[in-house]
Design a protein around this ligand. Structure first.
Ligand code: ADP
Ligand code: MG
Length: 252
């Protein structure tokens, strides 16, 4: 029996851009330590849903909860800023295009937020940066600048930077799809390691093999709805819905 309170609870998410409805009543609960993959064609609303979780793309209807806190609540501007900054500290996000600060070296990229937002001392932040870089196998590049790193290395630093905030959940939006094929595996390995440590993760991906090997549950989205969801063994091997079958024929 599932008595655990979900970590992430998306309730009846609805999002429109003008007359275009891109999320149509989507509900998703993710438990602590659960790893959920979201797959689906381009334009189906995957990024919009992920970005709604930390209110980067505010919903036009429905609610997002992170544990006991409603993320997308209406507050006066100042209170909202304070609220959302706090919420976002708990949510690590890694995008397709590495968003490292180009003028900061790796160490500075990682220590900035823990120092500014959590008030860590330089020494504390450095120790944290070294721990996280070690975890992603990038410790020896701590003094490099982003321009001196490969795409895979940048993405590993981006993951370390997110982890340095000790997030409760990690969101990945096609973290490997801008990488040269030979660089994908090093990033996937880092994500697999996080999975083994039971980090709660929501992963938007085009890599079906990776999703199958790492995730507990897979959601197939199309045109703003969750068409089908289930364990990877079912979704990838024995999907019921015609749209899922069609999509997988092209992507497996
Ligand atoms: P996916 O990540 O699955 O490719 P998206 O969430 O990026 O899909 O986009 C879903 C739909 O929303 C698409 O039709 C896209 O064109 C539209 N969309 C996304 N962002 C905006 C925006 N800022 N303004 C208008 N339409 C948008
Ligand atoms: Mg997308």
């Amino acid at each position: 029996m599932d008595t655990e309170k979900p970590f992430v609870d998306i309730r009846h998410a609805q999002k429109s851009y003008g007359s275009l409805e891109v999320l149509k009543d989507i509900s998703l609960k993710v438990n602590r330590g659960e790893i959920v993959a979201i797959i689906g064609p381009s334009g189906s609303g995957k990024s919009t849903l992920l970005r709604a979780i930390n209110d980067l793309d505010p919903l036009t209807g429905g609610e997002v909860w992170l544990e006991d806190v409603q993320v997308n609540k209406t507050l006066p501007h100042r209170q909202y800023e304070k609220h959302i900054n706090h919420v976002r500290q708990n949510i690590g996000m890694v995008f397709q295009h590495f968003n490292l600060f180009p003028h900061l070296n790796v160490r500075e990229n990682i220590t900035l937020a823990p120092r500014m937002l959590k008030g860590l001392t330089v020494d504390e932040a450095n120790t944290l940066a070294e721990e996280q870089l070690d975890k992603v196998g990038m410790l020896e590049r701590i003094d490099y600048y982003p321009s001196q790193l490969s795409g895979g290395q940048k993405q590993r630093v981006a993951i370390a930077r997110a982890l340095a905030m000790k997030p409760k959940v990690m969101l990945f939006d096609e973290a490997t799809s801008a990488l040269d094929p030979e660089l994908v595996e090093e990033v996937n390995l880092v994500m697999k390691k996080l999975a083994e440590e039971h980090m709660t993760m929501i992963i938007v991906t085009h890599e079906m093999g990776f999703a199958e090997s790492v995730c507990d549950r897979v959601l197939f989205m199309d045109q703003g709805v969750v068409v089908e969801e289930g364990p990877p063994s079912v979704i990838f091997r024995n999907p019921e819905n015609e749209r899922t079958k069609n999509f997988l024929r092209k992507h497996l």
